[in-house]
Design a protein around this ligand. Structure first.
Ligand SMILES: NC(=O)c1ccc[n+]([C@@H]2O[C@H](COP(=O)([O-])OP(=O)(O)OC[C@H]3O[C@@H](n4cnc5c(N)ncnc54)[C@H](O)[C@@H]3O)[C@@H](O)[C@H]2O)c1
Ligand SMILES: O=P(O)(O)OC[C@H](O)CO
Length: 723
């Protein structure tokens, strides 16, 4: 929009342009050799504009017999696109860019002085009157009171004046954290309601200010007496000056100016001004602007579609990774111009090779998630670095024992500024202490890492059955973005400012699920399982808060706490394998087969889960290491007893007698028992077990012997996959 305010049915003369300085004046003069006419948009409702694309074609080509009209560059150059996508701030002209009409002209019409004001505007345009004087005289004629302005705004509320698509464009920019400014030769009094309607703060509005006479008695403004000529927007070259001020006060690398007029174009032609000018023909098309604009649009949707979108990478391709990537793919492929996400989602497949080809051709993962389509926009790759290259949002969902190795491979390969979320349930224990998976991601890759946790059996989520999850976060903005990525009608996501509590709940419930599986394997009913779940929840809370006092009580009542515990204890893999393991141990004992009769965890994991991973056994060992080194075993009798059973140090039936189980004096070589457990010959383990258990119970001895041998093989088998 030109600073002078304008009527658009006249030429923009070379003479007027000669007022301008230096290189800009030369360039502008060249531009102005073509008489520029434009057809002014009449006061029509937005809907009319929506149907006219390109909007109001200029009449200039017809008027200008000897010069062919310039073709608008509606396809952006690579440079323009790159600048647009990396813009830190976007400055908009207002009249005929944001609005379908010129505020001052509209006010003149409202005050009944349309023709006279138009005449003055023309004088400024012709260069027969200075811009400042023309503005002063126009205000004199308009001579409105504050009340007139209030009535005007009521008659023409912001929403009735907005150009089609502008609100969506500004919203899309704001969503991406781009600072939006208004720079206008109009008046703040008329612009601020529009800015407020668009969510643009007052201090991001650069415009002229009216001067008022004040009533001494009431302290209220009464009469319009002029305007503040010190504002940059009161003079030529005001827009680049305003941008230079914006840059002085903000650390912006890239600033874009959007407008319909020559004075908007000036913003990019001056050093310290904008890096890119985008011409707008949404309301009115000016040939000089068409000719010079590096990018010219007739529909703001073109700018929304060209905005950068967050690229998503899924690191993992097991059952939960597939269920999660399916939700993500559903969300990223929505046909919504405001959509913040790139359609395609890359998924890293550990096995690579044939499985990658199968996923890419059938859009299913038959190895881990058979029968449930992932979505055509999920692109599998066996190359980890390729999967995360350029990704803005990294989703980690691999079994926890592999995460550290994966992160090590990714060091230096993740896009700066990327944000991560971990769906993995588990923790790492080192001699220095525990480390959560999200902490490993943050430490090794230097990115913020939220967590998504809940009672989420992968297959049920894949079948779109109601499920809940929380996003435990450190960075709220990232969490909100991830929520949009995961939330589905059947998958309800809430935000929780207790990331540690959420992640630890997801980790520890796997141990309790083993206990419940043991109860099932022993043939006991719901009462016993409820008792284990209750004690398990108590120990989960105590353990979390002992390690991290900041963990909140409420977290345990969320879907990541009791919700996940119940889901896993009813339908999880840990429960299932623990039941089979216990049955096998008991059967072996009853058959009198003696030591080594029971089946190992590794064998059952392989048979029952067919490639999926059992997390509970490893986690039990990891947590037990912490309990042992801190002398906390007796404070966590259920965790301790389950761990002793899992490792064959106690018979399974002691799970319901966990207070006794925890009391048993079991000598464990701490060095040897550090996860992963060393492979021990079943007979050696069983002998050890026999000695240990003998003193505790006669009844469980045989079963325990079988269990012990099975445990030894299983724990070492499961551990052999660790990185
Ligand atoms: N399955 C569920 O219902 C579910 C639900 C919520 C959370 N989780 C959690 O999600 C995480 C991932 O589980 P999942 O169900 O997606 O996997 P999964 O157990 O179904 O499959 C195991 C995955 O590990 C991969 N793998 C095997 N060896 C590997 C190695 N050396 N390095 C890297 N990857 C290797 C396999 O390719 C496979 O993708 C776990 O922490 C689990 O606790 C699972
Ligand atoms: O099948 P599980 O036991 O690994 O548990 C799966 C999920 O964690 C349930 O939320």
């Amino acid at each position: 929009m030109m600073l002078s305010g304008r009527t658009c049915n006249h030429a923009f003369s070379t003479r007027q342009m000669s007022h301008q300085r230096g290189a800009l004046a030369l360039r502008s003069a060249r531009v102005a050799q073509r008489p520029v006419t434009c057809r002014r948009a009449p006061f029509v409702p937005s809907a009319v504009f929506l149907q006219s694309e390109p909007a109001q074609k200029t009449a200039s080509s017809a008027n200008n017999g000897d010069a062919a009209p310039s073709e608008a560059r509606t396809v952006p150059s690579e440079r323009a696109l790159a600048i647009w996508r990396s813009a830190d701030a976007v400055c908009f002209d207002v009249d005929c860019t944001i609005t379908i009409n010129d505020g001052l002209d509209l006010l003149a019409e409202f005050m009944g002085v349309k023709e006279e004001v138009e005449e003055l505007t023309n004088k400024a345009m012709d260069g027969t009157m200075s811009l400042t004087r023309s503005l002063e005289e126009r205000l004199n004629l308009i001579n409105c009171s504050p009340d007139d302005i209030r009535r005007f705004i009521k008659a023409y509320p912001p929403q009735s004046r907005l150009a089609p698509g502008i609100k969506e464009l500004i919203k899309a920019l704001q969503k991406r954290g781009v600072a939006v400014y208004l720079i206008s030769g109009g008046f703040r009094e008329l612009l601020l309601p529009i800015a407020a309607h668009l969510g643009i703060p007052k201090d991001r509005v650069f415009a002229n200010r009216m001067h008022w006479q004040w009533d001494d008695e009431t302290g209220m403004p009464t009469k319009l007496v002029g305007f503040d000529t010190s504002e940059p927007t009161a003079r030529n070259q005001g827009k680049p000056e305003a941008i230079a001020r914006i840059r002085e006060n903000n650390p912006y690398n890239t600033v874009v100016m959007i407008g319909d007029g020559i004075t908007d174009l000036e913003a990019v032609q001056t050093s310290g001004g904008a890096d890119l000018f985008i011409g707008s023909g949404v309301v009115v098309e000016r040939e000089a602007v068409v000719a010079e604009a590096e990018w010219y649009v007739y529909d703001y949707k073109a700018l929304v579609s060209a905005l950068s979108r967050y690229k998503v990478a899924m690191v993992g391709s097991g059952a939960w990774a597939c269920a999660a990537v399916r939700m993500i793919a559903q969300n990223t492929s929505q046909d919504d111009p405001e959509d913040e996400f790139d359609d395609d989602v890359r998924m890293w497949v550990h096995q690579g090779g044939e499985l990658v080809d199968t996923i890419n051709s059938t859009h299913e993962n038959p190895a881990y998630f058979p029968g449930i389509p992932l979505g055509p926009n999920v692109i599998a790759t066996g190359n980890l670095a390729e999967a995360v290259a350029d990704a803005d949002l990294l989703v980690f969902c691999a079994p926890h024992q592999y995460i550290r190795g994966i992160c090590k491979q990714l060091m230096g390969k993740v896009k700066p500024g990327a944000a991560a979320i971990s769906l993995t349930k588990g923790m790492r224990v080192t001699p220095e202490g525990p480390e959560l998976i999200s902490q490993i991601v943050r430490r090794t890759l230097g990115v913020d890492c939220s967590v998504l946790m809940g009672g989420n059996i992968a297959e049920d989520v894949g079948r779109e059955q109601l499920s809940e999850a929380v996003i435990g976060y450190y960075n709220l903005e990232h969490a909100q973005r991830f929520k949009k990525l995961f939330q589905r009608p059947y998958f309800r996501v809430t935000l929780l400012p207790d990331p540690v509590g959420a992640e630890l709940c997801g980790t520890l419930k796997n141990i309790v699920a083993l206990g419940v599986g043991m109860v099932d394997g022993l043939g006991m009913g719901p009462n016993s399982k409820a008792a284990i779940i209750r004690q398990g929840l108590l120990e989960m809370r105590d353990f979390c808060q002992a390690l991290y006092p900041s963990v909140r009580d409420d977290t345990f009542l969320e879907c990541c706490g009791v919700g996940d515990l119940v889901a896993t204890c009813i339908g999880g893999r840990n429960r299932r394998v623990a039941e089979a393991w216990t049955r096998s141990a008991v059967e072996g004992a009853e058959a009198g087969e003696g030591n080594g009769a029971g089946r190992s965890w590794a064998e059952l994991e392989k048979e029952l889960l067919q490639g999926q991973k059992l997390q509970g056994v490893l986690t039990s060992n990891e947590v037990q290491q912490i309990l042992r080194t801190r002398g906390w075993e007796s404070k966590y009798p259920l965790f301790t007893t389950i761990n002793r059973i899992v490792n064959g140090h106690l018979p399974p039936h002691l799970v319901v007698d966990y207070l006794e189980g925890a009391k048993a004096d079991i000598a464990v070589d701490v060095e040897e028992d550090i996860v992963p457990l060393p492979r021990q010959p079943a007979s050696a383990m069983a002998r050890l077990f026999g000695q240990l258990v003998g003193g505790i119970t006669q009844q469980g001895g045989a079963a325990a012997g079988a269990a012990a041998s099975a445990a030894a093989g299983a724990a070492s088998g499961a551990a052999s996959n660790s990185v």
